[in-house]
Design a protein around this ligand. Structure first.
Ligand SMILES: *Cc1c(COP(=O)(O)O)cnc(C)c1O
Length: 342
C-alpha cells in the first residue's frame, strides 16, 4: 500500500530555524491549513504542539475543531461568518466590514487588514468604522493581521506593505485605547516574510506554513536557509511483467520497449493527488529511476521490480517540471494515503 512518511527530525529542525529567526516558540503561529499542506492535519498539529508551539492557523472551522484541543489559539483563515458554537481556542478571520456586520456578538476574531494585496481585509479608510463596530458588537479582537503578496520576490513590495501595516497598527492601537479594549496581537509575516526580515519588529508573531514543511520560494538572492523537506511519498509494486521489444505500456501507448525489459506497476496515480504525467517527459523518482509511459488514475510504471519506490522526498524538482510551486505538489496529496512518522 502506498504511504507517506513524515520526518519528525526534519520538522523540528525547520521549526528550530524559524523560531531562531522569529525569537522563540511563542513567536510562531503554525499554519496547518489544507490538511497541513497535505501532510495530515492532526498528525502535524500533534507534532507542532509537542515541539511547544501554542498557536495554529487552519483553513476552516472543520479543520479548527479537529485540533482545537492542542493549542491556545486556532485561527480560521478562510471561512464564512457563522453563529455556530465554537471551541474556546478558535477565532475567525474577519476579511471585510461586511463580515464584521455578519458575525454574531462576542465572536473571537482576527481583523484582516488590506495593506496592498487587495485579496482580503478592510482598507485604511475603514479602520475607524471597523473598530467602532467591533466595540459596539463586543467582538473579541484577538488579533489584527495582514498578508504579503510578494514577500518571496526580489523587489520592495514587502517593505511597502509593511509600512502600510505599521501605519494601520498605530491607528488601531489608538482606537483600542480609545474604546478601552483589551490588548490585541498583530501579525503579518508568512514564511518568506519571516525569513527575509532581520526581526519581526513589533509584530507579536509570524504565521509560517511552507517553511515548516521544508520549503521556501524566497528568491535565493535574498537569502538561503537550510530547510529540510518533511514529507516523502512512497508507492508499492502491484505487479511485474516482461515488456517485449516493440510492446507499449499504458494509456495512449506512449512508452515503447526498445528491447525486452522488466517493468512493474506501482500503486499511486493522479487519483492520489500526484500530478498526472502524460508520459512524454519522464518523472524522476527519488532514486533517479524514470517513469515509463503515462500515469493512470491509480498507478504508474517503472523499470525493474523493486518492491517500493520513493516517488519524491523533495517537491522542488516536481514543482519545476509541472510549472507550479512546492506548495501545490504536497497540498494535493490525498488525505486517504497512510502517513507514518519516521
Ligand atoms: C497560507 C497563509 C500563510 C502561510 O504562508 P506560507 O507562505 O506557507 O508561510 C500565512 N498567512 C495567510 C493569511 C495564509 O493564507
Amino acid at each position: 500500500m502506498a504511504f507517506i512518511t513524515i520526518n519528525k527530525a526534519h520538522f523540528f529542525h525547520n521549526l528550530d530555524v524559524l523560531c531562531a529567526k522569529a525569537g522563540g516558540k511563542t513567536k510562531l503561529m503554525a499554519v496547518l491549513k489544507d490538511n497541513a499542506y497535505g501532510h495530515d492535519l492532526r498528525l502535524m498539529a500533534e507534532l507542532a504542539s509537542e515541539y511547544g508551539l501554542k498557536k495554529a492557523a487552519v483553513k476552516n472551522i472543520e479543520e479548527a475543531e479537529m485540533i482545537a484541543d492542542l493549542f491556545e489559539e486556532v485561527l480560521v483563515l478562510v471561512d464564512h461568518p457563522t453563529s455556530q458554537a465554537l471551541s474556546a481556542s478558535i477565532s475567525l478571520a474577519a476579511h471585510s466590514y461586511e463580515a464584521l456586520q455578519a458575525l454574531p456578538e462576542g465572536t473571537s476574531i482576527h481583523l484582516s487588514f488590506d495593506s496592498g494585496m487587495h485579496r482580503n481585509g478592510i482598507n485604511e479608510g475603514q479602520i475607524e468604522e471597523a473598530m467602532a463596530l467591533i466595540h459596539a458588537k463586543k467582538l473579541c479582537l484577538r488579533g489584527v493581521f495582514t498578508h504579503f503578496r510578494s514577500s518571496d520576490e526580489l523587489n520592495s513590495e514587502f517593505f511597502w506593505q509593511r509600512a502600510n501595516f505599521e501605519r494601520a497598527k498605530k491607528r488601531i492601537k489608538a482606537l483600542i485605547e480609545h474604546y478601552g479594549l483589551p490588548k490585541t496581537s498583530f501579525h503579518s509575516c508568512n514564511s518568506a516574510g519571516l525569513l527575509r526580515t532581520r526581526s519581526l519588529g513589533d509584530d507579536d508573531y509570524a504565521r509560517t506554513g511552507i517553511a515548516m514543511y521544508g520549503y521556501t520560494t524566497l528568491d535565493p538572492l535574498i537569502a538561503t536557509f537550510d530547510l529540510k523537506p518533511v514529507l516523502a511519498l512512497w508507492a508499492e509494486r502491484l505487479s511485474t511483467r516482461v515488456l517485449k521489444k516493440g510492446e507499449r505500456v499504458g494509456y495512449g501507448s506512449v512508452y515503447e520497449a526498445i528491447q525486452d525489459e522488466l517493468i512493474s506497476t506501482y500503486d499511486i496515480g493522479y487519483g492520489d493527488g500526484f500530478f498526472r504525467f502524460d508520459g512524454y517527459l519522464p518523472v524522476v523518482m527519488a532514486d533517479g529511476s524514470l517513469s515509463k509511459g503515462r500515469m493512470s488514475m491509480d498507478s504508474f510504471c517503472l523499470g525493474g521490480d523493486a518492491p517500493n519506490v520513493c516517488m519524491f522526498d523533495d517537491a522542488n524538482p516536481l514543482a519545476k517540471q509541472f510549472h507550479t510551486i512546492s506548495y501545490e505538489i504536497v497540498t494535493k496529496l490525498a488525505p486517504m494515503l497512510k502517513r507514518k512518522i519516521i
